[in-house]
Design a protein around this ligand. Structure first.
Ligand SMILES: Cc1ncc(COP(=O)(O)O)c(C=O)c1O
Length: 384
């Protein structure tokens, strides 16, 4: 009688094989043939490895031991919001539990790993990006670990806490005036174009237009939410900044269950809501909320995947963030307040019992001098 040896594909073995492929020591086809695996299986392992490192293959948070802090990104908890929304089942994915304190760690890790893999980024190169601070912190983390430099343009309304954290990671910060129109040579997008032009050996991830941003969420945030909710989701709500979160998560969730209702939120002054409704670009205006909205259309916002859109005033977002801290003991940023507010709007509009999931992108620690400072709120006309 012949016995067949069954190979158990432990995490360590999956990882070893994928690393051989990534180092170019063998092709996917060769590896598949040698181990009697399908190429699709190997592609799935490779994608999970790139998106989540060893832990994504391992899938067990409790027993994880990370090779570097980048492997601690993701697998964040879902928390029930039973105090601020008692009459519905609403859960928030608390992304401030990522190493650099925001959801953007996922995106930074994925974009840097992809670029390093296909040669767009080499050791010693400069990673340049425009960011409200969170992506920059994630890129700063990846730059430290991978031996790259990092230079970012941030708007001058960005909190001092974020800017100081960037400097601690060795990121070079270029401050840009927040109130200049997009066509002004010193405006946010124009300054970025100039930095890219003038910096030799630079890699510009371009998080606003690079769909690898959305892909990071399709590969990690979406599947995590689906598994944590055991597939029972009626509504998904997310703030829209670059659009990566809502696009990547919505794509994954709708592939699993097309009936899931996806809702976006941006601040008054941003052009997204109007574009969603009429496909026209309105006049942008100033606002204080960090991380959400934009003044021009960008590639990563996948409007076709969004079913409804709400627009929020700064003071409503700040009040909801403070409500989260005082009633749920969830200490989060203004875009989390916006997510809470939009979830309430979406549930009220739906008018029937529903299970909802939303995302809290970053921590309140970033806003101690702004949203959590009564004098600042009063000075901006946003006092409760
Ligand atoms: C604090 C904060 N909230 C929300 C977002 C929006 O996420 P996304 O860019 O995936 O739309 C960002 C993006 O920069 C952010 O920094």
């Amino acid at each position: 009688m012949t016995t067949r040896t069954v190979t158990r594909w432990t995490v360590a073995r999956q990882e070893a094989l994928i690393l051989e492929v990534l180092r170019g020591e063998r092709t996917l086809d060769d590896a598949a043939e040698a181990h009697e695996l399908s190429v699709e299986q190997l592609v799935a392992w490779r994608e999970r490895f790139l998106a989540g490192g060893r832990r994504a293959l391992q899938g067990d948070r409790a027993r994880r031991v990370c090779d570097s802090i980048a492997d601690a990104v993701g697998e964040t908890p879902l928390v029930r919001l039973s105090r601020v929304i008692p009459d519905a089942e609403v859960f928030a994915k608390v992304e401030f539990m990522n190493p650099m304190g925001s959801i953007k760690d996922r995106v930074a890790r994925h974009m840097v790993r992809q670029a390093a893999l296909d040669g767009r980024l080499e050791r010693g190169d400069v990673i340049v990006e425009s960011s409200s601070g969170n992506t920059a912190l994630g890129l700063g983390m990846m730059a430290r670990l991978g031996g790259y430099r990092c230079k970012v343009a941030v708007r001058d309304r960005t909190s001092a806490e974020k800017i100081n954290a960037l400097k601690a990671l060795g990121v070079e910060v270029v401050l840009v005036a927040s109130d200049l129109p997009p066509e002004h040579p010193e405006s946010y997008n124009r300054v970025m174009e100039r930095i890219v032009r003038e910096t030799p050996d630079c890699y510009f991830p371009d998080q606003h237009n690079n769909r690898e941003n959305n892909q990071a969420h399709y590969l990690t945030t979406g599947p995590e939410i689906w598994e944590q909710m055991e597939g029972r989701i009626d509504v998904f709500v997310a703030g829209v900044g670059t659009g990566g979160t809502i696009g990547g998560v919505a794509r994954y969730l709708k592939e699993k269950d097309p009936s899931i209702h996806v809702v976006g939120v941006d601040p008054v002054g941003s052009i997204f809501s109007e574009y969603f409704r009429s496909r026209t670009v309105g006049q942008p205006g100033p606002y204080l909320l960090e991380g959400l909205g934009d003044e021009t259309p960008i590639e990563c916002v996948e409007f076709d995947l969004i079913d409804d859109f709400f627009q929020i005033e700064d003071r409503q977002a700040f009040a909801c963030a403070r409500e989260l801290a005082s009633r749920e003991a969830i200490f989060a940023g203004g875009s989390s307040g916006a997510a809470l507010w939009a979830t309430r709007q979406a549930l009220a509009k739906l008018g029937r019992p529903a299970r909802a999931v939303t995302v809290f992108p970053d921590s309140g620690h970033r806003y101690l001098s702004t949203i959590y400072n009564d004098a600042w709120l009063a000075s901006k006309g946003c006092a409760a």
